[in-house]
Design a protein around this ligand. Structure first.
Ligand SMILES: Cc1ncc(COP(=O)(O)O)c(C=O)c1O
Length: 443
């Protein structure tokens, strides 16, 4: 059995150029990275290139990638169809500051696929949820927004609340304390974010009653994916729909991670529940920075009436919208989802067999193209249960996988694997054979 310290030594010895890069990076970038989600101990590997389901780091080591940039690369790395379309688009100019044909086509495809009448483009998931919330506030004339404990909806103040709150400060299960992420969130903003318990309709009802006529919207990921893969209990989304209607607030589905991934039409299609506003990003951009938010026309009207502000220099840039059209029209077609889901299910089944064989205290789940290993006996159903797991085991698992050429999921224990349009049975077999070795070492 190797110790974690031995694995770190192996990591260091195999990633010498990454160490050098890290030393340079740290001088000019806090933590040596451009997004805090990319940092981990002792330092991250620095990537040189990617193709298909593989990535190569600056040391020339090959990895089978099941992170796929936190699921954004659903089209696969450097997919030739995408590369050709993006290269051709680049030759026609990358930014016009004026409307153009590709954004119209991309918007038509998105509206059709996600059951929207109108939508606007953004550059990221954070911007999509920010604008969706502003729109909901404008439409309802209310200030408060309800979110769920443990959920992440991007980097703006209203939703940077109770994302990974510390156990000691959680408060009552049904009425969780709203806790800011770090500092710099104004107290007034915090007052406008109501935090409810995932999978608990009574928590939602109690809080909507308590803040009656003040809550503009309930925002949620239809599957909580800031804590692995945590599906809604049977009927929970339907209950949320009914509660929003009863209390006159809007239901916002943050489909940044589920849109064009969980199913062709995302979570609305998968669960048969219709949201008022849908937020998108990641997969729809085909690897370029693109987000969107949309709704029925009447709900989008405040934008057309200049009542709810939306604008952006880079919104709908020709490269990103070309990538979007290509991804939705030619790569993320209907046939992709059952195939990728079957591979994801095989990953979870394979992991569970190996977990049992080696007697690990863990369990694997998969839903659609996303799955994860929880380092506890049974899958958790809310953030508080999720906290109760062996995070040290996750980090051993993470480093051991990297050392053996697999990126098993996006970095950190709160993430998940993504089976993209280009992953194959061979990738699944490779990941499982590495996990068998890792699990034997961990047992
Ligand atoms: C559910 C969800 N919403 C919003 C965001 C923010 O998206 P972005 O990082 O593009 O701003 C993320 C990012 O991971 C996310 O997972």
């Amino acid at each position: 059995m190797t110790t974690h310290a031995q694995e770190w030594d192996r990591y260091r010895s195999q990633t010498r150029k990454s160490v050098e890069m890290y030393a340079r990076a740290e001088r000019v970038l806090p933590l040596g990275v451009s997004s805090n989600f990319r940092t981990y101990e002792p330092y991250p590997i620095y990537i040189q290139r990617a193709e298909g389901s593989k990535m190569w780091d600056v040391d020339g080591r090959e990895y089978t990638d099941f992170s796929m940039c936190f699921g954004a690369m659903m089209v696969g790395h450097a997919n030739p169809v995408m590369v050709k379309a993006i290269a051709e688009a680049a030759a026609e100019g990358t930014l016009y500051g004026m409307p153009h044909d590709r954004e119209v086509r991309a918007a038509e495809l998105i509206c059709e696929r996600f059951g929207l009448e109108q939508m606007r483009f953004t550059n990221s998931g954070s911007e999509s949820t920010m604008h969706a919330i502003r729109l909901a506030r404008t439409y309802t004339g209310r200030d408060k927004v309800m979110k769920f404990e443990g959920a992440y909806h991007g980097g703006h103040d209203t939703v940077l609340v109770s994302v990974k709150p510390p156990k000691a400060k959680l408060g009552p299960a049904r009425h969780p304390n709203p806790l800011p992420v770090g500092q710099g969130i104004p107290a007034l903003t915090l007052e406008n974010t109501v935090v409810a318990q995932w999978n608990d309709p009574l928590s939602v009802r109690d809080l909507l009653e308590k803040h009656e006529n003040k809550v503009a919207a309930v925002i949620l990921e239809p599957i909580l994916m800031n804590v692995g893969v945590m599906p809604p209990r049977d009927g929970f989304l339907q209950e949320l729909r009914a509660l929003c209607d009863e209390f006159g607030c809007l239901l916002i589905f943050d489909e940044v991670k589920t849109g064009a991934k969980l199913a062709w039409g995302g979570a609305q299609e998968h669960y048969g529940v219709k949201a008022d506003i849908v937020c998108l990003a990641k997969a729809i951009g085909g690897g370029l920075p693109l987000g969107a938010f949309g709704a029925r026309r009447e709900l989008m009207d405040p934008i057309a009436q200049f009542h709810s502000f939306h604008a952006g220099t880079y919104a709908s840039n020709p490269l990103a919208t070309t990538a979007c059209v290509t991804a939705l029209d030619r790569v993320l077609t209907r046939d992709v989802f059952p195939k990728a889901t079957a591979l994801g299910d095989a990953l979870a089944e394979g992991h569970n067999k190996i977990i049992k064989k080696h007697g690990l205290r863990a369990c694997a789940v998969n839903l659609g193209v996303n799955g994860t290993v929880f380092w506890r006996k049974t899958p958790p159903t809310n953030y508080r249960e999720w906290l109760d797991q062996d995070f040290a085991a996750f980090w051993r698992y993470w480093h051991m996988n990297l050392n053996r050429g697999v990126i098993p999921q996006a970095q950190c224990y709160d993430e998940q694997w993504t089976v993209s349009a280009v992953h194959t049975q061979k990738d699944v077999d490779h990941m499982l054979s590495v996990f068998d070795e890792v699990a034997r070492e961990m047992a």
